[in-house]
Design a protein around this ligand. Structure first.
Ligand SMILES: [Zn+2]
Length: 287
């Protein structure tokens, strides 16, 4: 573990990201890029970060050592490199997940998560969506595009590369105008419904990408990172108290999308919700 951690420590930027993220760990962390070994190291680092009592994995305590040996009782590792990860492999997890972890967090890690079969992924979806507190998931894959989209849409993605890390791809051209419309709406109360009102302006897939982009911007705002205009706006205008609520609203929106609700209505609901928060929150100094 010591060696693992010191190796991982060389990837300072990722580590500092994970440290900050560790305060409020996302339900599902997706690490893509880099080599399989790097991804697994970081996955274990994340497990140690969440469980080591020093709060900054020491690499030396019983918890860190057990995580390094993968013998920690709140750590579950599934590997897809030998064979696909089947529903029978993950089924016993459901019972485990229902119980509280022994220590701080139960970490369920899937290496080569693209090898999860569709039935196995489906069996996990409910746990990924509504995790009982104390359960966190880690998906490791060469590229997120190899994973089932239902998994990706529930994940908070990080991209590793040899040179370091970037967060997510830049927003796609199709998504950008919608983010701009949302911003304009929050600032002025206009400029969105003209768009959503157009027939078939937003379909489920586009909405999914808009939600993902919003999540990314929210996390950038949270981490104090440079992001797009949306991250800057949220950081400046929305009280941090509401960030967790926005995170939940985004998760709820993703949930409703799958129930055949008109995607335009979902986007309008989300826009109005934030618009209301912006007006009800205590006055906020611009920084
Ligand atoms: Zn430790």
């Amino acid at each position: 573990m010591q060696e693992t951690l010191s190796h991982a420590a060389s990837q300072k930027r990722i580590i500092s990201y994970l440290r900050r993220l560790g305060n409020t760990p996302p339900n599902v962390l997706l690490l893509e890029g880099g080599s399989r070994e790097q991804r697994e190291e970081l996955g274990l680092f994340w497990a140690a970060l969440l469980n080591c009592s020093s709060g900054d994995p020491c690499g030396d305590c019983p918890t860190c050592r057990q995580i390094g040996r993968e013998s920690y009782r709140d750590l579950y590792v599934f590997r897809g490199q030998e064979d696909s990860i089947k529903v029978d492999d993950v089924r016993p997890l459901r019972q485990v997940l229902a119980d509280k972890p022994y220590e701080a967090y139960r970490v369920v890690l899937f290496s080569e998560a693209q090898e999860l079969t569709v039935p196995a992924a489906n069996a996990l979806l409910k746990s990924l969506e509504e995790p009982l507190s104390g359960n966190v998931f880690v998906l490791l894959a060469p590229q997120r595009h190899l994973l089932l989209s239902t998994l990706v849409s529930r994940s908070y993605p990080f991209t590793l590369s040899q040179a370091g890390m970037q967060t997510g791809p830049e927003e796609e051209s199709e998504v950008v105008p919608w983010l701009e419309s949302l911003l304009r709406f929050w600032q002025s109360g206009t400029g969105l419904f003209e768009h959503t009102g157009q027939k078939k302006a937003v379909d489920r897939h586009l909405l999914g990408r808009i939600l993902l982009a919003m999540e990314r911007e929210l996390h950038r705002a949270y981490l104090g990172e440079d992001g797009g205009p949306l991250a800057a706006y949220l950081r400046r205008h929305l009280a941090p108290l509401y960030w967790a609520r926005l995170d939940m609203a985004l998760a709820k929106a993703e949930e409703i999308v799958r129930h055949q609700v008109n995607p335009a209505l979902i986007l309008e609901w989300l826009a109005l919700t934030v618009w209301r928060w912006l007006r009800e929150q205590p006055a906020r100094d611009c920084q």
